[in-house]
Design a protein around this ligand. Structure first.
Ligand code: AMP
Length: 221
């Protein structure tokens, strides 16, 4: 099963994707995580990608698309994947359709997460991520704090704020890019009949875990 997580930064895509991945036994593939791992290891791909990421810009397709294509061919992806952060443009969605049809697959479900803008910005500023690149657990100091401040519950490594989450200019840029380049994907997938929109907001007391639970229940039916 091929699932895509759609939604602006800070809506909880990573949280929902992680819960679905654990429950369905298929990997979560986050392009942002792959880039951050390469940046921390100072690989050529990481050094190149950081030039765009640190400013809040998208990494060009000639770097991003082959990276995803390669990852989709790993053995653990044969029963399906949850794509988190890809595609981010109509061009990437079209390239993904081609890649999948080459291996006899298609997009089965697109989960579109919607959260009010004020909550999104607050969540990005209060998000913390595990520094252990093999763990990558995500926390929020207000909504989902670790048991011990600054320490990952899962692996004990230090937590930190993502560089692009601490810069208000980069946050603004990322949200603008989402509106302009990524939000047209909502219609793209709506027309294909695979879109499922879910609101995540404190105002309706519905968080990522609630959404993941409902989706898992529905998939069992
Ligand atoms: P994320 O963790 O999904 O917020 O991604 C962090 C950053 O990585 C983004 O702001 C982009 O600079 C870059 N990035 C992640 N996924 C993509 C993608 N599909 N296409 C281009 N750039 C991406």
């Amino acid at each position: 099963m091929i699932i895509i997580m759609l939604g602006a930064q800070g809506t909880g895509k990573g949280t929902v994707a992680g819960l679905l991945s654990d429950s369905l036994g298929i990997p979560q593939i986050s392009t942002g995580d792959i880039f951050r791992k390469n940046i921390s290891e100072k690989t050529p791909l990481g050094i190149e990608a950081d030039k765009f990421i640190s400013k809040g810009n998208l990494v060009p397709d000639d770097i991003t698309v082959p990276m995803v294509e390669d990852r989709l061919n790993w053995d653990d992806a044969k029963n399906g994947v949850i794509l988190d952060g890809f595609p981010r443009t109509i061009e990437q969605a079209e390239k993904l359709d081609k890649m999948l049809s080459n291996i006899g697959k298609k997009v089965d479900m697109v989960i579109n997460l919607v959260t009010p803008k004020e909550e999104i910005i607050d969540r990005m500023l209060t998000r913390r991520v595990c520094t252990n690149q093999d763990c990558k657990a995500t926390y929020n100091v207000k909504l989902h704090p670790p048991k011990v401040e600054g320490i990952c519950d899962k692996c004990g490594a230090n937590l930190k704020q993502r560089a692009d989450d601490s810069d208000p200019e980069a946050i603004k840029k990322r949200l603008e890019i989402y509106e302009e380049k990524t939000s047209p994907l909502v219609n793209y997938y709506q027309e294909k009949g695979v879109l499922r929109t879910e609101e995540i907001s404190l105002s309706i007391n519905r968080m990522g875990a609630d959404v993941a639970k409902d989706i898992i229940e529905d998939l069992k039916k």
